[in-house]
Design a protein around this ligand. Structure first.
Ligand SMILES: C[S@@+](CC[C@H](N)C(=O)[O-])C[C@H]1O[C@@H](n2cnc3c(N)ncnc32)[C@H](O)[C@@H]1O
Length: 207
């Protein structure tokens, strides 16, 4: 484990240069979502069902999807709950252009422009494992925690998928187990917050 982390830390220098950020933006291009890695991201998951489930399980008036891709989930949440104050952010210029909505914009999850406690619910589905180092991941977790008021809903891939699997994605930098992600979150959150799991999801309820 330690070797894996040390190795991953060498992928990028500590301070991400602008050129590296641009490389990251262009990496998640049309080919990534529609053809090269995922055949059709619009249909990769059942967004309608996921949105319905989130709305049923959690009480929120404001919602942020961090690493929202082309905005499928956030659009579906807005469709099913029109009064919600919901935003999505992603590092991919292609995804943001495709989303074409003023509530979905380009941003880096390690540095969010939102105020502290801005969103009742913050959702992160398969985003942080694309960051280069564990240090960056913890920076992104700290930002997610900062902008959340009530809940953080976190989900990632916990077992290395084989190349034939739908979950296989060569751009993913890390595969941490659920137990490892839980331990990272415990370092970030306050001691009175509640951390639970539901299926593959980590749910943090702020005290
Ligand atoms: C597998 S996709 C997941 C998209 C969406 N959350 C979903 O579940 O469909 C990973 C996403 O993470 C985004 N991403 C990678 N690094 C990021 C960063 N530093 N800040 C924001 N988004 C990032 C990518 O652009 C991509 O859209």
């Amino acid at each position: 484990m330690e070797n894996k982390l040390q190795k991953s830390k060498c992928l990028l220098p500590q301070k991400e240069k602008l050129s590296e950020k641009l490389t990251l933006q262009s990496k998640f291009d049309k080919n990534y979502y529609f053809g090269g890695i995922y055949s059709n991201y619009d249909e990769f998951l059942d967004w309608e069902k996921i949105a319905k489930d989130l709305i049923k399980r959690f009480k929120f008036d404001s919602f942020l999807d961090i690493g929202c891709g082309c905005g499928n989930l956030i659009k579906e949440i807005k469709k099913q709950k029109p009064d919600v104050d919901a935003y999505g952010i992603d590092i991919s210029e292609f995804a943001i252009k495709k989303a074409n909505a003023d509530f979905i914009f380009l941003a880096d999850c390690k540095n969010l422009s939102f105020k502290t406690n801005r969103f009742d619910a913050v959702h992160i589905l398969g985003t942080f494992s694309y960051l280069s180092t564990l240090e960056e991941i913890k920076q992104a977790m700290t930002e997610a925690y900062r902008v959340s008021k009530k809940f953080i809903l976190f989900d990632d891939v916990y077992i290395k998928p084989d190349k034939e699997s739908d979950d296989y994605d060569p751009y993913r930098q890390h595969v941490f187990s659920l137990k490892e992600w839980l331990s990272f979150w415990r370092e970030i959150v306050e001691k009175d917050d509640i951390i639970e799991t539901f299926k593959d999801e980590i749910i943090i309820s702020k005290a």
